[in-house]
Design a protein around this ligand. Structure first.
Ligand code: AMP
Ligand code: AMP
Length: 339
């Protein structure tokens, strides 16, 4: 039986959740490789669990080193920077062993298809309005392809929407009901090897300025014309009221089961995140699904209150990915989890 680590090295782009992924890979016995840019390489060199660093001028140059990665039997772990700097199409074209099912990318990258997936899974999604005329509640307007909350605007009613849309540059966007509640990002891991779903951890995003507006009382904000914006700058840990956990678990299960019907038997596996907003009535609305490791898991390099209940050792999502690869090598099922 090949020893994990002797045959395969785990690699990723040096940003986002690279440190967590490569630390986890090293803990599971793999050799590790970071693909960095000249500016970031010196920082990544300081970490002893990174065996090798390849430097490329920009992340967009990744395809140029692929032949070498293929030759070396590298396994790539995709994270948010792959989508942000290479785009979904380049991700799909990748020749290097890729942890995950690339068919999922089609369903994730198209807002309509993503919504269809959630609805079929019995997940609550915010109402959407086809045009400004239909608006009867506060809305958030999201351009297509935007990431990390950039390029969104908030309008409290139809009139404000009509005003703001005039200077909004993107031509493709959705108008979604703005859900007032607590944002909650649930990190799951689904194992195709044992067909079990795990809740790994939960975070809250910290978005500027929407999460800090409350620091200035509303009477002092008057006249300042402050507009809420949703650019993510950090994450904070959160544990959920325990009575809500079974519901959260069931939502994840339905998303996985539905993916298997929509995308073929492999469906969605590995780490994914439901980005939810929970209302005072304790209803969950899913505003987005991310079908890979999300940066909020960086809070839990040593595991979370939930992963501690499942594992008697520190288990980050990054390490959980490496564990899955190791087990699949041992069971001779590596092709089941690579694309
Ligand atoms: P970066 O490599 O930091 O530019 O991140 C790549 C993508 O991941 C961007 O679209 C970011 O918006 C997203 N991202 C990065 N860090 C975080 C974070 N801490 N929480 C949520 N999303 C993030
Ligand atoms: P997204 O790009 O869909 O993950 O959204 C980025 C951020 O915008 C989220 O983290 C929320 O803070 C906010 N947001 C997105 N959709 C909604 C919504 N329907 N209601 C309220 N806030 C939202």
């Amino acid at each position: 039986m090949p020893k994990a680590g002797s045959q395969y090295a785990i690699a990723t782009l040096a940003s986002h959740s690279c440190l967590q992924i490569l630390k986890g890979a090293k803990d599971e016995g793999f050799s590790t490789l970071a693909i960095a840019t000249p500016k970031t390489a010196p920082f990544y060199k300081t970490f002893p669990f990174i065996d090798e660093i390849i430097t490329i001028p920009t992340f967009a140059d990744f395809p140029k080193i692929e032949d070498e990665l293929v030759k070396r039997n590298i396994v790539i772990i995709p994270h948010g920077s792959f989508v942000a700097y290479l785009g979904f199409e380049e991700n799909k074209k990748m020749k290097t062993h890729y942890f995950g099912n690339k068919d999922v990318l089609d369903w994730e990258s198209d807002r309509k298809m993503q919504r269809e997936w959630m609805v079929k899974a019995g997940i609550n999604v915010p109402r959407q309005f086809k045009s400004g005329e239909e608006i009867d509640a506060p809305v958030i307007v999201k351009s297509y392809g935007a990431a990390g909350g950039e390029g969104y605007f908030f309008a409290k009613n139809k009139g404000e929407f009509a005003d703001k849309i005039k200077s909004f540059k993107p031509t493709k966007y959705v108008i979604q009901e703005y859900i007032i509640g607590v944002s909650l990002y649930i990190h799951y891991f689904y194992s195709p090897l044992n067909q079990k779903l795990e809740i790994m951890s939960i975070d809250r995003r910290y978005e500027t300025n929407v999460d800090s507006l409350g620091r200035i009382p509303s009477q002092n904000q008057e006249g300042l014309n402050i507009q809420p914006s949703f650019v993510v700058v950090g994450n904070a840990p959160l544990v959920l009221r325990e009575s809500l956990l079974p519901q959260v678990y069931a939502m994840g299960q339905r998303v996985v089961e539905t993916s298997q019907k929509l995308m073929g038997p492999k469906g969605l596996f590995g780490p994914f995140c439901l980005e939810t907003i929970i209302t005072p009535k304790q209803e969950f609305f899913v505003v987005e699904i991310s079908c890979r490791i999300v940066a909020g898991t960086n809070l839990f390099m040593e595991g979370s209150p939930y992963s501690q209940l499942l594992y008697d050792e520190p288990m980050s999502t990054g390490r959980r990915i490496a564990r899955e690869i190791k087990l699949s090598v041992q069971e001779g099922r590596l092709t089941d989890i690579l694309d």
